[in-house]
Design a protein around this ligand. Structure first.
Ligand SMILES: [Zn+2]
Length: 485
């Protein structure tokens, strides 16, 4: 039978017409048989179907498929359709993987074609030029859980790395909701910063995808992007001692807490937040205050009485900042204290404090001098504390009960003591206390985080990836927890 001559163009897809080597010229007649694939750029670990077809009018032939590539594997080797699986490693170059398709015609004659494949990988990671945060969920090799933050109407960058021979011109970088943010198409390159521009939102999120520009529209990488209105808190820091009592003198009178705000903001920006910190004294000097009622050299903060009389004095001194600023008071040492309301007898396992509430779960120190003792407060019922062990001594009403705390944030003022902290961590204790109050962030367990529950910080991050709470069950997503109007 005489073979029919094909006059028209190939019946395959336009992609095929431009990408198959033998049909690079649009409209040129296909030779021998036709191979189609929805994309010749494969994502590592993905799977695509490929088809081979006889030319119209030919008697059916049989097809055999093979490859020598170590980056792909063929799930079957014969038939009109096969599945190709890309393995986990990107190829060495563009079109570096090849598949040979051999058609055996009705008369036994064989013809072969070669399809070249690019096995590529796209990775989003933190850019050195990012303006806000990037959270990889502590899984640097997994892209689906990455999160980027950006300020409302602001911009940031994310690093993109394309491996395997493909480049940025092979992909579209689109967000699911362009009103939330958009990505600026990058030039044809393999390693670059992708610029992200945010729309105006208090709090919104969308997903950025790197989608290959061929029929498969396969998504090679995704990134969650969170747009937040910037949270700004004003803070005034006041350093106090009683110049008449040398024991109250600050250990580090020269720390410039306001200047440390610049350092803190490098980390706070991850959560799109910022502190505007100023020192009460423009020359960053310590301010004198009469520590009347102080027990020894410690300032007494009466926990059962809103801080007590000294707190009222500080409140008055910093009154002009009350409406606009978080007010932080730094002193050398504070006794966070309750006072006994009734006599507590030796052998007893209950104490009644003056005031309405008491806090369980801590070991407190009762009394001074030779009758001073430490006891664990197991439970509380109003102002009555149930102790884990009986008292060794009898204590009179008015006896001080020192409660272990680094600082306290109440009464519109925040108190931080130098005690128990070294110079560098003290700067972060101040930030930590302000962040508790201003950003609604809680004590968590993660020493690389500024909200770690003790001042043994190894880093000062704020995270999208939920952190385990210290003082209750559950977790906190820090970026999302910041209160924004
Ligand atoms: Zn804390």
């Amino acid at each position: 039978m005489e073979k029919l001559k094909i006059l028209g163009s190939s019946l395959t897809s336009p992609i095929d017409n431009t990408q198959r080597k033998e049909v690079r010229l649009r409209g040129r007649v296909s030779e021998d048989f036709v191979v189609t694939a929805r994309c010749r750029i494969m994502k590592v670990g993905s799977r695509v179907a490929m088809s081979a077809a006889d030319l119209p009018g030919d008697l059916p032939g049989t097809f055999h498929w093979s490859t020598h590539s170590s980056k792909i594997k063929l799930e079957n080797s014969s038939g009109n359709q096969i599945f190709v699986g890309a393995l986990d490693t990107p190829g060495t170059d563009r079109d570096s993987e090849t598949i040979t398709v051999t058609r055996t015609a009705h008369d036994g004659s064989k013809k072969s074609k070669t399809v070249s494949i690019t096995v590529a990988k796209v990775t989003f990671s933190a850019s050195a030029n990012q303006m806000y945060g990037f959270d990889d969920y502590d899984t640097p090799y997994e892209d689906a859980d990455n999160h980027l933050s950006v300020m409302s109407t602001g911009h940031t960058f994310v690093a993109v790395h394309i491996e395997g021979g493909a480049d940025s011109s092979d992909f579209e970088f689109n967000t699911a909701n362009p009103k939330i943010c958009t990505a600026t198409p990058p030039p044809a390159t393999t390693k670059f910063d992708l610029r992200i521009d945010a729309g105006e939102h208090v709090k919104a999120s969308t997903t950025l995808s790197a989608t290959v520009r061929c029929l498969s529209k396969e998504v090679f990488a995704t990134l969650s992007i969170h747009v937040y209105e910037e949270f700004v808190a004003k803070v005034v820091i006041a350093k106090f001692s009683d110049f008449g009592r040398p024991g109250t003198a600050l250990r580090w009178p020269d720390i410039d807490y306001a200047a440390h705000g610049v350092e803190a903001n490098k980390y706070l920006k991850d959560a799109v937040a910022r502190l505007e910190m100023e020192n009460l004294n423009g020359q960053n000097r310590v301010t004198h205050i009469d520590f009347k009622g102080a027990a020894g050299d410690a300032l007494v903060y009466d926990m059962g009485n809103d801080g007590g009389p000294m707190v009222k004095v500080f409140d008055k001194l910093l009154e002009s900042f009350a409406e606009t600023h978080y007010r932080v008071i730094v002193v050398k040492k504070i006794d966070f204290a309750y006072f006994l309301g009734n006599t507590a007898l030796a052998g007893s396992t209950t104490v009644t404090i003056a005031g309405s509430t008491f806090i369980a779960g801590k070991t407190v120190e009762i009394g001074d001098g030779v009758t001073k003792e430490s006891v664990l407060v197991k439970f509380v019922d109003g102002n009555i504390g149930i102790l884990a062990t009986p008292l060794k001594f009898t204590h009179q009403p008015g006896t001080i009960i020192r409660y272990p705390a680094q600082g306290i944030a109440g009464s519109g003022l925040m108190f931080v003591q130098e005690e128990h902290a070294e110079k560098d961590s003290l700067k972060w204790v101040v930030v930590h206390e302000v962040v508790h109050r201003a950003l609604d962030l809680r004590d968590i367990v993660d020493e690389t985080n500024m909200m770690h529950y003790v001042n043994a910080f190894k880093d000062y991050r704020l995270r999208y990836c939920p952190r385990t709470l210290k003082r209750s069950q559950g977790t906190q997503n820090q970026w999302d927890s910041v209160p924004r109007e």
